[in-house]
Design a protein around this ligand. Structure first.
Ligand SMILES: NC(=O)c1ccc[n+]([C@@H]2O[C@H](COP(=O)([O-])OP(=O)(O)OC[C@H]3O[C@@H](n4cnc5c(N)ncnc54)[C@H](O)[C@@H]3O)[C@@H](O)[C@H]2O)c1
Length: 386
């Protein structure tokens, strides 16, 4: 294979963006050959954007069986990512799933098993991993520059959404349709970065607000406290209800503190590691000498195109993926842990009790009283978000 034939499933806000840049030829060695959407209006718009040469399907089954694609990008509502990916793997296709990997870990685990069994290339659309600022933060931690991690603080309250956003899709912001709110929709990126850079915590205690700022039943406000196996602690705060929001990622280790905020990375570097100073300093008061450094990094990143390029290169040349699909379960694990901790008003260890989480989610679905108009989906521009 020297060219990958790609099908895009789900042609809403995000799927139509994938169709746009694939049609422009922005991903080398990749050709858009098929599109699919269960909604006739969306499919018609997709056909117009992709052109007549691209085959159009109303059902994913027909696309999978068409023989016209080697690989599929899944950009449907979250619940459908695992079942569609599993079907695609069973047809011998490579898969790129939109974030989140799924709504609950049990379905994501089944998808990971199917991926491994198929031997196909499985990627997750964690486009923020392509950004220079995030790669640099990861490098600072992985290289040991920060020393052993002591504290992580991620405040990401810059995901403001108006009520009209939640009203724009029949599936949005319900337990049955979306399976969550800010944690399932906006934060998969941040939860992934948090774990990609700092690792997974051992347990979580969280406090979520449901419909605190919007007329919705799912989470739109979250404060979570995390503990790591080495005794480090972390805080993760998010909401879609605050403006102006903050996006500040602060990581402290023995060797200092690094902060990513407003597109700048600042490193306060201890000349003597805090743990060593603590042990050796005999004068009581005092703290390590500290140098404030601006850390350079390549600006921007290729975002969604970059993730697809890495996926296509993995299919054609066996190179490692920037965002392997099997890692998608970690962000879902964190999100499930935060919701479960709120529901049971207690600590939740990681990995979460999958059966208990599933049972509690089903309770929310059964108790739901939100009525949404079925079938009324508006496509919104995703420019300026992610
Ligand atoms: N990576 C990113 O930056 C990013 C940005 C936005 C959305 N997303 C993700 O993309 C996914 C879709 O979000 P959206 O905002 O595009 O939603 P959307 O509602 O605009 O689009 C979803 C589309 O899927 C179609 N669909 C539903 N069920 C289907 C089925 N069984 N078969 C085929 N098509 C089906 C719908 O008709 C709709 O056109 C979500 O999981 C979301 O988290 C990712």
């Amino acid at each position: 294979m020297d060219n990958v034939r790609i099908g895009v499933i789900g042609l809403g806000n995000m799927g139509s963006a994938h169709v746009g840049y694939l049609s422009n030829g922005d991903v080398p060695d990749a050709e858009l050959t098929a599109i699919c959407d269960a909604d006739a209006g969306q499919l018609a718009r997709g056909r117009q954007a992709a052109g007549e040469r691209v085959a159009a399907f109303e059902q994913p089954d027909a696309l999978f069986a068409s023989g016209l694609v080697d690989a599929v990008v899944i950009a449907t509502p979250h619940y459908l990512h695992p079942p569609l990916a599993i079907q695609a793997f069973e047809h011998g296709l490579h898969v790129m799933s939109e974030k989140p990997a799924g709504v609950y870990t049990k379905q994501v685990r089944a998808m990971n098993v199917a991926a491994e069994k198929s031997g196909r290339v499985f990627g997750l659309m964690f486009n923020q991993r392509t950004l220079g600022q995030h790669q640099k933060l990861k490098e600072l931690v992985d290289s040991g520059e920060l020393g052993e991690l002591r504290r992580t603080n991620y405040i990401v309250t810059s995901w403001f959404r108006a009520q009209s956003y939640y009203d724009s899709g029949g599936w949005r912001a319900t337990w049955a349709g979306e399976g969550g709110g800010v944690l399932a929709n906006q934060c998969p990126h941040n939860l992934d970065l948090w774990q990609w850079i700092c690792g997974m915590p051992a347990r979580i205690r969280a406090f979520c607000g449901f419909g605190k700022y919007h007329n919705i039943e799912v989470d739109d406000d979250v404060t979570a406290y995390a503990e790591y196996a080495n005794g480090a602690t972390g805080v993760f705060i998010t909401t879609t209800g605050e403006a102006p929001g903050t996006n500040r990622f602060e990581i402290t280790g023995d060797n200092g503190k690094v902060v990513l905020e407003e597109g700048k990375i600042t490193f306060w570097r201890n000349r003597t590691p805090a743990n060593v100073f603590n042990r050796e300093w005999k004068a009581g008061f005092g703290s390590p000498e500290c140098w404030k450094c601006d850390i350079p990094f390549p600006s921007g990143g290729e975002e969604h195109r970059g993730i697809l390029k890495s996926w296509v290169a993995a299919m054609l040349g066996g190179t490692p993926l920037l965002a392997p699909g099997v890692e998608g379960i970690r962000g879902v694990e964190l999100s499930n842990a935060m919701l479960l901790s709120t529901w049971i008003d207690d600590w939740v260890s990681i990995p979460v009790d999958e059966d208990l989480y599933y049972e509690k989610l089903q309770e929310r679905i059964r108790q739901s009283t939100i009525q949404k108009e079925k079938g009324e989906n508006k496509t919104l521009s995703v420019d300026g978000t992610f």
